[in-house]
Design a protein around this ligand. Sequence first.
Ligand code: MTE
Ligand code: HPA
Ligand code: MOS
Length: 776
Amino acid sequence: MNKHEAPIAIASLHTATRHDSGPKHVSGTAEYIDDMIEPEGTVHAYLALSSRAHAEIVSVDLAAAKAAPGVLGILTAEDIPGENDVSPSHKHDEPVFAEGKVQFWGQPLFAVVAETRDQARRAAHLAKVEYRDLPHALDVRAAQAAGGTLVTEPLKLERGDVAAGLAGAKNRVKGSIAIGGQDHFYLEGQIAMAVPGEDEDVTVYASTQHPSEVQLMVAAVLGIRHHAVTVNVRRMGGGFGGKETQGNLFAAVAALAAKKWNRACKIRPDRDDDMTATGKRHDFVVDYDVGYDDSGKIAAVDAVYGARAGFSSDLSGPVTDRALFHADNAYWYPAVRVRSEPLYTNTVSNTAFRGFGGPQGMMAAERWVEDIAYALGKDPLDVRKANFYGTDTDNVTPYHQVVEDNIVHRVVDELEASADYQARRAAILKYNAGSAILKKGIALTPVKFGISFTATWYNQAGALVHVYKDGSIHLSHGGTEMGQGLHIKVAQVLADAFGVGLDVVKIMATSTGKVPNTSATAASSGSDLNGMAAWDAARQIKARLVRHAARLHQVSEAEVEWVQGGIQAGPKFVPFAELVASAYLNRVQLSAAGFYETPKIHWDRATGRGHPFYYFAYGASVSEVTIDTLTGEYVVDRVDILHDVGRSLNPAVDIGQIEGGFIQGMGWLTSEELVWDDKGQLRTKAPSTYKIPLASDVPPVFNVRIAEWSVNKEPTIGRSKAVGEPPLMLAMSVVEALSMAVASVADYAIAPRLDTPVTPERVLMGVERMKREARG
Ligand code: MTE
Ligand code: HPA
Ligand code: MOS
C-alpha cells in the first residue's frame, strides 16, 4: 500500500462528532453509580439533617434509630478516625457531622447505615435532637446588618483614581442589584459507593468533578494516606459545579461505613435532601456608584459585591474573586475599585456553579450600563459599544491584565447584523406604542469570560495513554465527564495525533490510580488542559514509533511521516497496528504519561495584579421577549447567539454547550428562585416549587452560531477555546429585553432595575412601579 491508499475517512479534530455516550444516554444504557452492580452485602447510608439554622445541640437520642429494622449502626463525629472535616479551602470549617452546634438548616448530624436504603432513610428520621437556638443571619443584607463576618479575606481590585473619576464625572448613578442563586439540579444527584479493600485500602465510586480531592478528603477523614484511596468516576449525570466540592461529604461517609463494617456502602440522598444539604450558586447584592458622561462613557466604577457564602468557606473566596474579575464584562473602566464580601450566613455553604461568580459580576456590569442608558434616553446597545475594551488602547482590566485578544467588536457587529437588531428594535418601539397590554423588548448583550483557574497551580493536567499490541488504545486523563463532551474531545485529540479512527481509542473511567494529583474538571478548562496532556503522551509514543520505523525500514527519522492510518517510512506505508506489533517485538515502550501546564499565567491576590487568564472567550446574544402587563407573564420569542470557541474541537458538542448554557442561564435569571423561610429552611427543594426551564421554554426561534473565523491566538489544543461556562452568561440579554419591555410602560424614561431572577411577579411589580412613578 502506498501513501495514497491510506484510509482517510477518520473523524478527528474539528469535526462534528457525536458524544461518545450519546446512544447510551438516550437508550438508558450509560452506567451511573446507582446502576452499578452492587457487591455482595452492600449496605446503605442515609444522612440525618438538622432542623435549625443555628443552634447548640443539647442532646441527641439515637435509641429509636438504632433499634429500627435493618439498622447496622449510626455514624457520628465520634466514629471518625481522622479529621471531621471536608473543607476544600482547608480552613477546617466544614464538619462531616455536626459537633456541638449546627450552622444551617439541613446540616448533616449523623448517618444511619442499614441493610437497605429505605431502612436507613426511615431510621434517619427517628432521632430525637434537642436544640438551643442561637441568632441567625440568613442572607447578604442580614449578614451585613449583623456586622458582616467574612468567610475569607476579601479581594480588592483597583486601578486609576476612582475618587477623582467619580467627582469629575458629569453624571452619577448609585444603586444596587440583588442577583439570585441557583440550584444545580443535576439529573443524577449526589451519590457515592465505597468498596473496602485489604489493609487500609478503599475504592470509591463517586459522582464528582474532582476525584483527587475526594481521594484527599476520604484519606483525611479515615486518617490514612492518599495512596490507600482510589477514586473512580465513569461519568456524572450533570455536575455544573455542584460536584466540584459537594460530593466530598458523601464519599467520606460511604468510605467510613465501608471500612467500619467491611462491606461496600452506597449513599444517595433524596432530591429534597440533596437540595437542602448541598451548596448552590451564590446570590449577590452588588452596591455600586458609577460616574459617566453624556455620551454614556463610564469614567469610574466603585462597587462592593456582597455574596451569601453560607456557613463555611468552601469555594466562596475564589467564587467572589471571579465575580470581581468579571466586574468589567467587556467594558473598559478608566478608574475602578471593586471589593468582595463573601459573607458568612446560616445557610448551606454556597459553591461553584457554571461561571463561578463570573455571571454575577457581569450581571452587575450590565445593570449600570442599563441605568446609564435609561438615564440618557439611549439604546443600551449604544452605551455598551461606547464602553467596550479597545484593541490597542483602553485595554487594561481592573486586575491589570492587558486584553490582547479582543474580538468583541466583530462578534457584536456581526450579530447585530445577522439578528437584524436595528430593524427589529425599531419595529418593537412602534409595536409598544400601539399595544396597551402586551409589550415587547429586545436586547443585545456581550460576554467576555476569562479562561484559566485563578488558583494558578490548578492549571495543570496529566494523561496516561497505553497502546496495546493490536493497535488499540486506552486513554486515561485527569478530566471527568459530566455530559459536556470532554471525553470525546480528548479522544479526538488522540485519534488525530495517531492518525487512527475514534473506534481505536477507548475512553477509560477517570481514576486517581491512573492519573494522580488532578485538578477539578472546572473553570471550563477540561479540554484545554487534558487535551494537551493527552497530546503530550501521544507525542512521546509517536517519537518512539518513528525512531523504531526508521531503524526497521532503514530510512532517516525525517523520512518517516505520520499519515492517516499509519506511517509512511520512505516509500513504504505501514498501517498503525502493524507498526505497533513490530514495535512491541522490538521492545519499544508503548505507554506514556503526558503532562501540561498552562503557560503565561500568574496572579498575586494580595496586590490584585497579574495575568490570571490565558485568554478570553467572547460571545453575544440578542433576545426578544413579550410581556403581559396585566399578569407579568412573558415569553422569550427569539434568541440569536454568536459565540466564540476559537477553532472548535467539535462543533456538535460546542453547539450543545452553547444552547444548554444559554438555557441554564435563562433559568437562573428568570424562573429559578430559591426561597428560604425566616427559620432558615429552604422551601424550594423540589421541581414543584423550583422551576428549571422546560423543553417548552426553549425559544421558538433559537439561532445559535459559532464564530467560525475565530482562532485562539494562543497555541491551545487545536487553537480552540473553552466553551463550558461562557455561554451561560449569554442569557443576560433576556433580562435586558424584559427590562425594556417593562420600561416601555413609562416610555423608557425610568430605569427598570429588575432584580434577578426576573420572575413574572417581578415583571408585574416592575410594571406597577413604572405606572406609579410615571404618574407621580
Ligand atoms: N455540560 C453538561 N452537559 N453538564 C455539566 O455538568 N458543567 C459545566 C460545563 N458544561 C456541565 C456542562 C461547567 S460548570 C463546567 S466548568 C464545564 O462544563 C466543565 O467541563 P469542561 O472544562 O470540560 O468544559
Ligand atoms: N473556576 C472553577 N472552579 C475553581 C476555580 C475557578 O476559577 N478555582 C478553584 N476552583
Ligand atoms: Mo464549573 S462552575 O467551573 O464546575
